[in-house]
Ligand binder design. Structure first.
Ligand code: ACM
Length: 264
């Protein structure tokens, strides 16, 4: 199975332009599963709730999900991508998984970052795992990376791979934690980050690139540059993520002692 990331430089509010650019980048390589960044079609830094409302779309009927499905159909692949979702007036920072036949899964970002808290409703759907070819795929969005419970929940649900649309702004942080999430759960992770800067509110946000694919032992199989658009893929065997052994006598899921853990 080939998996890859797309690392574009979206322009705020230019949805058609951003979708066209992603379509061009996708044509650079071939994959079974592509991961795109968080809010890749709209851009990230909404100045007002009204601005977000005007750009957020219903899923799957909206133009962004429809275009992603059309791309998936033409290319015969699946795509996981971040999207501003308008669900009957409630606005979510969501991710969709689409394939040639349409929407496969939807996730709404559970852990909202920074100014997102005054714009979006927190995610209200359970973490979920869907099948893409041979792989069981779960989704997290950006800042979810800092919560080991989120990735662990996906691993316990049977995920082989975590698709991670992101708009990372703290240099190196999410790239580091996703390596840890991969190795502590023995899963593949694909983080698609964006590049460029947005300073629409008087505060500049610089997106850190360095999109990556990580193996279940924490090895970085592929990494993008910090400051250049790129779409790249790598061949993986997702079934490798089903062996949770660290040593002959240690299985990282079976060795857990939940009776000693506190979740609240
Ligand atoms: C983030 O959650 N966009 C950092």
């Amino acid at each position: 199975m080939r998996v890859g990331y797309v690392q574009p430089a979206p322009e705020f509010g230019e949805v058609k332009r951003n979708l066209d650019r992603v379509a061009d980048l996708l044509a650079c390589d071939r994959a079974d599963l592509w991961v795109l960044p968080e809010l890749f079609a709209t851009g990230y830094q909404f100045a007002t709730a009204q601005e977000l409302k005007e750009l957020a779309e219903p899923v799957p009927e909206g133009p962004t999900t429809s275009r992603l499905v059309a791309l998936a159909r033409e290319g015969g692949f699946h795509l996981a991508a971040g999207i501003a979702e308008n669900a009957d007036g409630r606005l979510y920072n969501s991710a969709v998984l689409v394939g040639p036949h349409g929407l496969v899964a939807r996730y709404r970002k559970v852990h909202l970052f920074y100014e997102e808290k005054r714009l979006f409703a927190p995610g209200d759907l359970p973490f979920l795992v869907a099948t893409v070819g041979e792989a069981r795929v779960g989704m997290l969005v950006c800042y979810d990376h800092l919560f080991p419970e989120a990735a662990r929940t996906l691993a316990l649900l049977g995920a082989d791979l975590i698709a991670h649309p992101a708009n990372l702004v703290m240099p190196g942080l999410g790239q580091l934690t996703m390596r840890v999430r991969a190795l502590e759960n023995r899963v593949f992770t694909v983080t698609a980050n964006r590049i460029g800067t947005e300073s629409r509110t008087g505060e500049a946000l610089c997106f850190t690139g360095l999109s990556q694919v990580v193996a279940p032992n924490g090895d970085v199989l592929l990494q993008a540059p910090q400051d250049r658009e790129e779409a790249r893929t790598v061949e993986i065997d997702p079934t490798r993520a089903r062996d949770k052994h660290l040593t002959r006598l240690n299985d990282v899921l079976a060795d857990r002692r939940p009776e000693f853990y506190r979740l609240g």
